[in-house]
Design a protein around this ligand. Structure first.
Ligand code: PRX
Length: 655
């Protein structure tokens, strides 16, 4: 845990504070009294105000640990709340998305009325293809308008979806589709990545070969390139939709129960199989729209940009459902920050007059590395709130973001949450909170968090331990799909009494502010994305030449953590540069490029305890170049020295 202790030391020295700018504070959506509101009153009032219910809820919540229900008896439709009601209120001409394709000349402004027509046509097309209320739909699309349109179309007709990030492999896509028993897959011909096409359709074909339950594949044309189509299974969206009505009356929004399944989002845990996190309808929509409203201080003229990918929870909650429910104008960008040049983001901010920007620390560190001159080429004075999410932000990156992007004048909100929580839980409120670089500050109103020690005693100010959530909140997960036992074990078994175990270390300072310290389990966080060590190890040992593998994260200035793998090959083979490339590709194909190890150290043996357990702590120490701690329980202490020598030789080669 040396990285964490270095981290704690650095954070302990961090004493800079930034009170909210007075003009901002005066006009802010959240005022200081928001923290005095009773949690039940808060969620009851917000539940009524943010969302339009077809049938009002009768009961705020039911908490039967570890299962929560919210807004019981309420009927609503997510698409109605995100689209139709804004058109009915006379805001049909308001822009929902400024879509910007990766090629700089591809742009489209989509109004709420346009969105309503397109979603209706998509929903009618899905119906024609056999999708009904309750039919599970897989979506494997890049950041094109049809991604939110397809999601909303599903919610319009009551079909739950799972969106799979476009960077995941065929195998990952297939595993998700099989787990959810998806009957239909929506994909596109090709996505664009730094000017290069990526054939999502051929990855989908490979995935469908391993997911026989998928009977229909809808292909959206993005680049128009020719792709192989399987008769009787594959249809182009434009052809299937040609005879479908876009009149909203032709496809009314299905009234859903507050607790009906809205979507599954798969995320890595501490085993080789990702878990399908269950999110339901009413609480999720209230949780995301309420947090979005207060944390980003949304006003009628806000131009909001969350620069994440919709394939992750951040995009679901804060590109699609929260912002659309609040009727906001957003930017939706298809590409990378450095294409065609490193000022692409700042060009977008200037052109659309973006007022709120929400991104990940890893992206900020990339911009830092490239230098502030790219931002300086553009007028960023419309910005009034900056946000971060996904991993702990180091104070230097926080200050750089505030100074070089925010002109040293606007609040930076460091928002902590997870796929499981669905909504932001620990965060500053920009008009209320005195900010501290590196601290996510306080639980959001109506949220209760604490830090516990190993025994379950609450650790007071100044102390460190495990972050826990001690009360339910509307958008919380309702379970792991088809796996109640794993749900219980992962989150609810460490502490009794309905206390949710987060898996993050944290400390609380003397002002009661929370400082997040990273994962405490075998989960790595690379560029704000969760990857399980076991998942990568399984992918490695799946290769025919690999006898054993152990994986750990090491600190990385750019990506937060980087993946290091220790591999011993079968039959005493020695590792070669070719083998290294082959193994990286293999992991990329099994899981997705994001999981390919940054370093692989080939070693004849892995360090094991006498009972045969691999000593990950030692491997982490080697990966981070630290002096090794206690090795007395090792079966063969020489193994560690051997590994150390090999790791040092690898590092020297790279330099
Ligand atoms: O370790 C925490 C880290 O990301 C984990 C959740 O990952 P995921 O479910 O992929 O969702 C990421 C986007 C919501 C957490 O357990 N994390 C997320 N936000 C922060 C963070 N760590 C520190 N500070 C944050 N603001």
């Amino acid at each position: 845990m040396t990285t964490e202790s270095t981290n704690i030391d650095a954070l302990l020295r961090e004493e800079r504070t930034y009170p909210p700018p007075p003009d901002f504070a005066r006009e802010a959506n959240a005022q200081p009294d928001i923290y005095r509101r009773d949690p039940d009153e808060f969620w009851e009032t917000e539940g009524r105000e943010r969302v339009t219910w077809f049938t009002p809820f009768e009961q705020l919540k039911q908490w039967d640990p570890p299962y929560a229900k919210w807004y019981l008896g309420g009927k609503l439709n997510v698409c109605y709340n995100c689209v139709d009601r804004h058109v009915e209120a006379g805001n049909g001409d308001k822009i929902a998305y400024h879509w910007e394709g990766e090629p700089a000349d591809t742009r489209r402004d989509i109004s709420y009325a346009d969105l309503q027509r397109e979603v209706t046509r998509f929903a009618n097309t899905l119906r024609k293809l056999g999708v009904q209320r309750g039919t599970p739909v897989a979506i494997y699309l890049g950041m094109i308008p049809q991604l939110p349109i397809a999601m909303l179309a599903c919610t319009r007709i009551g079909a739950p979806h799972t969106v799979v990030f476009g960077g995941f492999s065929a195998e990952s896509l297939a595993a998700r589709m099989n787990d959810m028993k998806c009957q239909i897959l929506i994909t596109q011909d090709e996505a664009l990545r730094r000017g290069r096409p990526v054939s999502l359709k051929s990855i989908s074909d490979e995935a469908m070969a391993a997911a026989s339950g998928v009977e229909t594949c809808v292909v959206v044309r993005r680049t128009g390139t020719e792709v192989a189509m399987t008769d009787g299974r594959d249809v182009f969206y434009d052809e299937a939709a040609a005879d479908q009505s876009d009149d909203p009356a032709s496809c009314p929004c299905e009234p859903m129960d507050a607790e009906d399944l809205l979507f599954l989002m798969y995320t890595s845990g501490t085993t080789a199989t990702p878990k399908g996190i269950v999110h339901t309808t009413g609480g999720y929509l209230v949780g995301t729209s309420t947090t979005h409203h207060y944390i980003f201080d949304i006003k009628p003229d806000t131009v909001y940009w969350c620069a994440a990918d919709i394939g992750w929870i951040t995009g679901h909650s804060y590109i699609v459902y929260g912002p659309l429910c609040n009727g906001v104008t957003s930017v939706l960008y298809e590409g990378t920050p450095d294409f065609p040049d490193k000022d692409r983001w700042w060009d977008i901010v200037q052109r659309y007059g973006v007022t709120v920007l929400y991104t990940a620390p890893t992206a900020i560190r990339s911009h830092m590395k490239w230098g502030p001159e790219y931002a300086q080429r553009h007028d960023l004075s419309t910005l009034r709130v900056l946000g971060t999410v996904g991993e702990p932000i180091n104070p230097e990156a926080w200050i750089w973001y505030r100074d070089h992007i925010g002109g040293g004048r606007i609040p930076v909100v460091d928002t902590w949450w997870q796929t499981e929580t669905g909504q932001i839980l620990i965060t500053p409120l920009p008009g209320v909170t005195t900010l501290k670089p590196g601290s996510a500050t306080k639980p959001f109103p109506g949220v209760e968090a604490a830090v516990y020690d190993e025994q379950g005693n609450e650790v007071g100010p100044g102390g460190g331990g495990y972050l826990v959530l001690t009360a339910p909140y509307p958008a919380m997960l309702r379970g792991i799909f088809n796996d109640p036992q794993r749900y219980q074990e992962t989150y609810w078994s460490k502490y009794p009494g309905g206390v949710y175990f987060v898996g993050d270390g944290a400390r609380i300072d003397d002002d009661g502010d929370f400082w997040l310290l990273g994962r405490v389990d075998d989960v790595m966080n690379v560029s704000g994305h969760r990857i399980s060590t076991i998942e990568v190890e399984s992918a490695l040992v799946d290769h025919q030449d690999v006898a054993e593998a152990a994986v750990c994260g090491r600190a990385d200035a750019q990506t937060g953590q980087a993946i290091v793998a220790y591999v011993s090959l079968k039959g005493g083979q020695e590792g070669t540069p070719d083998k290294l490339a082959e193994l990286r590709d293999h992991v990329g194909r099994k899981i997705g490029k994001i999981a390919a190890p940054a370093n692989i150290v080939f070693t004849p043996d892995l360090p094991k305890t006498r009972s045969g357990k691999i000593m990950r702590r030692l491997l982490r120490d080697v990966a981070e170049n630290r002096s090794l701690g206690d090795t007395t329980t090792l079966a063969d202490p020489d193994v560690v020295n051997e590994i150390k020598d090999r790791a040092t030789a690898e590092a020297a080669k790279e330099e």
